[in-house]
Structures are given as structure tokens and as C-alpha cells.
Unconditional design. Structure first.
Length: 320
């Protein structure tokens, strides 16, 4: 919980996923939130987990090996709800981010990040869905993982998930809410080219992961894609995260800024060459973002780099 200025009766609660880093929904823990009765309104933001980056490819000497794609960032749902129409308790279950795909002769793709839900009952079994239950207050859909690189092409992006449309919730009809699409992860470099960069704050306060670099048939390696920072409104500067160099260097991990609240995906791992070489690992994502793609490598016994882990989902509740 983060403190607000003294003298004001406002509070903020921040929930992240509790449970093993696995796709098994039954392992996630429902977190109880007791609605403060002194409050008149709740602001709730639910963000789904990001997908992991795809693994890079490994190939023989003097052959192409391409990097994996970055994972995509999860969707967001935001709402304002009068306390008078809410139950005494809500249950929050942020989704868990997924591990990146393994490197190999052909890199493996990563699984999608898990959905995040806020509702008035304890959830058991599978993940929350946008339909099929009247208990949902807010729902955000998880993001796809990045595709693995191959000997001919960089890993393909899983694309951006569209804004979730919640159609059966009763509680949400008493408030004002909106939803936003996820952010696409970037492809790995084709034919051993540099991994595709990912610019932050173009469509969201979060980002997907950048693509992994690779190596061409002349054994020339390339770097992974970076996460490109921007200046917003002329007074906030957001740093750039470098992709891994073409020596099998890992891509940089995503970062968090709390004011304004900004999260980034992981940068792509660099390519590599030589006997028993390994491509650079993709960077680990911050909350709700996509992991970086792994780099490709060539040479006798070479292995592509693993993709970076996608960031867990989260929920913010502010009582007013």
C-alpha cells in the first residue's frame, strides 16, 4: 500500500500475482479486499499478465539463425464504482506472467500471460473470462507470447489482444468503466538481422518486448532490439533499454516508474557465433509487459537464447 498526503482519507492498494510461475490457474491465490465503508467511490485498474519472449534458433556454422519475438503486453480495464452498490468484499486475482520460450534448433514460442479478474466471489479452477459469469466486476485478457526464431525467419509476434468486452457482469453496470487493448511484442530479426525495437508510451503506459537478434550465413551477428524511451509532455524522460550485443549478451530487463506509472517490456537478446555458442537471453519484463525475444546463434553445437519472462498482472484500487 502506498501512502497519500496526510490529512486526506484516501488509500491505495496494489495487488500482484501470488502463486507459482506456472500456467495452472488453480495455483493462483484469491486475494481478499475489504471495501472501506468510509469511502464513497472506488477507482479500480486491472492489468493482465504479459507473454514471454520466444526463444532464438541455433544452427550450424555459416548458416542463418534468427531471434525470437518479444511477448505482448496484457490488456487493461479501468472503472469507477460507487461503494454503495458494491458488496463488502471483493476478490482480486492478478494473472501470472509466463516464462520465455526455450532456445533450440528452432526456438520455442512462449505461452500467453494469464488474465486478471476482480469479482465478488472466490474463483476456483480456470482463469477468469469476460463472459459466462455475473460476478465479474472487471476483467483484463492476458497477452500472447512471442514466436520462436528459425533458420530462415525471426519469431513472429503474437499480436496485440483487443480491448476486453465484458458482457455478463451485473456489478459493472452500476459504474463507469472502459478497457484498452494490449501492446504488441516485436518480431525477431529476419535472416539474422537486428531484432525489432519497441517504443514505449506510443499507445500505452506499458509495452511489449523487443525482438531478438541473430547471425547471418557469413557469421556476422546482430544485436537484439531495444526498448526505446520517449519524452512525454516535455517534462518526463523515460530511458532506453539496450538490446543485447551480438556477442550473446542478454537483453536488458524492463523497468518500473511509479509516477507517472510506467512499465516496460524486456529488450531482445543478441546473436552469437562459434562452437557451443549460445544466443543472448531476452530481458525479463516489468509488470503487465512482454518479455524480450532470445537471440539466435550458429556454430557446432550452438543453441539459441531463451526468451525473457512476461510480467505478472496487477490490480490497483484507490478508495476516495
Amino acid at each position: 500500500m502506498y501512502g497519500f498526503p496526510t490529512g486526506k482519507k484516501e488509500n491505495e492498494w496494489f495487488f500482484t500475482a501470488i502463486g507459482p510461475a506456472t500456467s495452472a490457474a488453480s495455483n493462483l491465490i484469491n486475494q481478499e479486499f475489504i471495501v472501506p465503508q468510509w469511502a464513497s467511490m472506488l477507482y479500480i485498474q486491472a492489468v493482465a499478465a504479459g507473454g514471454g519472449g520466444g526463444g532464438g534458433a541455433g544452427s550450424a556454422d555459416a548458416t542463418i539463425a534468427c531471434g525470437g519475438a518479444g511477448g505482448s503486453g496484457g490488456t487493461t480495464a479501468v472503472g469507477f464504482f460507487p461503494v454503495a452498490v458494491l458488496p463488502e468484499k471483493l476478490y482480486v486475482r492478478p494473472g501470472v506472467g509466463q516464462a520465455g520460450g526455450a532456445g533450440g534448433t528452432a526456438g520455442s514460442g512462449s505461452s500467453a500471460g494469464a488474465a486478471t479478474g476482480v469479482q465478488d466471489t472466490i474463483v476456483t479452477g480456470g482463469y477468469e473470462t469476460a463472459t459466462g459469469t455475473v460476478n465479474i466486476l472487471l476483467y483484463a485478457a492476458g497477452a500472447p507470447g512471442g514466436g520462436g526464431g528459425t533458420a530462415t525467419s525471426g519469431g513472429a509476434s503474437g499480436g496485440a489482444v483487443g480491448a476486453p468486452a465484458i458482457t455478463t457482469g451485473v456489478l459493472l453496470q452500476h459504474g463507469l468503466w472502459t478497457s484498452h487493448a494490449g501492446v504488441q511484442g516485436q518480431p525477431g530479426g529476419n535472416s539474422g538481422a537486428v531484432g525489432t525495437v519497441c517504443s514505449i508510451l506510443t499507445v500505452s503506459h506499458r509495452s511489449g518486448g523487443a525482438g531478438g537478434g541473430g547471425v547471418n550465413a557469413s557469421n556476422v551477428t546482430t544485436s537484439g532490439g531495444g526498448i526505446i524511451g520517449t519524452v512525454s509532455a516535455g517534462f518526463f524522460t523515460f530511458p532506453t533499454i539496450s538490446g543485447g550485443a551480438g556477442t550473446g549478451e542478454a537483453g536488458g530487463d524492463g523497468y518500473t516508474i511509479l509516477k507517472p506509472r510506467v512499465y516496460t517490456g524486456g529488450a531482445g537478446g543478441g546473436g552469437n557465433t562459434g562452437a557451443a555458442s549460445v544466443g543472448g537471453k531476452g530481458g525479463t519484463a516489468a509488470l503487465g509487459c512482454g518479455g524480450g525475444g532470445g537471440g539466435g546463434a550458429n556454430g557446432a553445437g550452438a543453441t539459441g537464447g531463451a526468451g525473457g519472462r512476461g510480467g505478472d498482472g496487477y490490480v490497483v484500487i484507490i478508495a476516495i
